[in-house]
Design a protein around this ligand. Structure first.
Ligand code: NAD
Length: 412
């Protein structure tokens, strides 16, 4: 028997993963316990089957959200943050956002306190899932959204307040800028350091996963010193840190006639509004997209809808010290405890987590079994009502059938 142990980060940023790593989980509120139970079952069985019992996750519950508040009086206990940081990798279900109670959002607080600066959202079509696209199978992208700054930094003043008046007066007297009277004011900070670490992560991902391109999505034609600077710093980091593994779109055409040499990632950029058109019209041209916070928020949800809805989309928040994998939907309180909803978002986030740990075989098996389960028409209510002839099952039954398919595939 191997002793259980902790994942550690090596000096080069890669992970050292023992065979029995302790991984903290936050079950989540509302439908959280239902989808977590299903996800945990599938992950455990996939790991056991793939690695023939040699590897196994030692789950460790940590508290946050409504459950945390009920048991500790805090929405996000410090102990939870410390435990996640100490164990490097964690997974969480959705959490209730407290209304008018101290903490703005538990999810946002986790990202900020652990400096999880990259919000990573893979968007890939799963066969049979209803989609508004004619060719949804052409969509296979990973979005890297900056998670810590931009208009989301929360630096804003309400119209008519003394603070807004002071900022307005400063702008007029010191900077020669006159705002319309009664303006609300928000600040959009975008920094070189935060841009570069996000873009570096996106390019490293493209190289490690043999993805052909990284596209910077920005509105730099209008917001030159924020979004425009994001784009410029993006190219800088590509050149400075990955010069031998990347080339620009201009170089691609001038030197290679449009065909990238093996092992090289093409770096390109698109204006945000144009990219929204292009992911609809020619999605096959985009593989990895790196973008500031607000653009990334819009694009992640739009792309998730293109492949069949938010209920299926996985996600992760990743920093240099640790990463938290999560369901991207909310707590759907009206379905809490009914064993009814679709666990796919958390399940696919679990697969991302296994991949992040280097346990890629188990991640692949989960994705393939999920695909096969949906393809045969075994689905939860949300998909059943959209797929003709589908066999509607409960959340737990969906997980059980998926495990059956997965174990049969591995045994065969
Ligand atoms: P929601 O995502 O919880 O639910 C909206 C609707 O989507 C549900 O009524 C249901 O019809 C459907 N849905 C969601 N998840 C589903 C699943 N797995 N399977 C099938 N159908 C699913 O959004 P909401 O109602 O706006 O928010 C409810 C609570 O969740 C709020 O407190 C909100 O702040 C919180 N929230 C948390 C997160 C998070 O933890 N990451 C994200 C969004 C919202």
């Amino acid at each position: 028997m191997h002793a259980k142990a902790t994942i550690t980060v090596q000096p080069d940023g890669s992970l050292n993963v023992p065979d029995r790593p302790v991984i903290p989980f936050i079950e989540g509120d509302g439908i959280g316990p239902d989808i977590w139970r299903a996800t945990r079952l599938v992950i455990d069985r996939a790991v056991t089957a793939c690695f023939r019992g040699r590897r196994q996750i030692e789950w460790l519950e940590v508290l946050a959200g409504e459950k945390g508040f009920q048991q500790t009086g805090e929405w996000l206990p410090q102990e939870t943050l410390d435990t996640i940081r100490a164990h490097v990798v964690a997974i969480k279900g959705p959490m209730t956002t407290p209304v008018g109670k101290g903490i703005r959002s538990v999810n946002v607080a986790i990202r900020q306190k652990l400096d999880l600066y990259a919000c990573v959202r893979p968007v890939k079509y799963i066969e049979t899932v209803p989609s508004p696209m004619k060719h949804p199978e052409k969509i296979d992208m990973v979005i890297f959204r900056e998670n810590t700054e931009d208009l989301y930094a929360g630096i804003e003043w309400q119209a008519g307040t003394p603070e807004a008046g002071r900022v307005s007066a400063f702008l007029e007297s010191e900077m020669g800028v006159r705002l319309p009277p009664g303006s609300g004011i928000g600040i959009k900070p975008i920094s070189a350091a935060n841009t570069k670490r996000l873009v570096a992560r996106a390019i490293a991902f493209a190289i490690d996963n043999a993805r052909p391109s990284v596209t910077f999505m920005h509105k730099g034609n209008i917001m030159k010193f924020t979004e425009g600077a994001f784009n410029q710093w993006g190219y800088e980091v590509a050149r400075e840190k990955f010069g031998d593994r990347t080339l620009t779109e201009t170089e691609l055409w001038e030197r290679y006639d449009g065909r990238a040499p093996a092992g090289k990632v093409v770096i390109k950029d698109r204006i945000a509004d144009m990219l929204f058109q292009q992911v609809l019209l020619r999605p096959e041209e985009f593989a990895v997209i790196a973008t500031p916070n607000l653009n990334g928020d819009y694009l992640s949800d739009a792309l998730a809808a293109q492949v069949g809805g938010l209920g299926m989309a996985p996600g992760a928040n990743i920093g240099d010290d640790c990463a938290v994998f999560e369901a991207t939907h909310g707590t759907a309180p009206k379905y809490a405890g009914l064993d009814k909803v679709n666990p796919s978002s958390l399940l696919l986030s679990g697969a991302m987590m296994l991949e992040h740990m280097g346990w890629r075989e188990a991640a692949d098996q989960i994705r393939q079994a999920l695909q096969a389960t949906i393809r045969e028409g075994t689905v939860t209510y949300d998909l059943a009502r959209q797929i003709q002839g589908a066999h509607e099952v409960r959340c737990s039954e969906f997980a059980a059938r998926l495990v059956e398919i997965l174990e049969t595939a591995i045994a065969g």
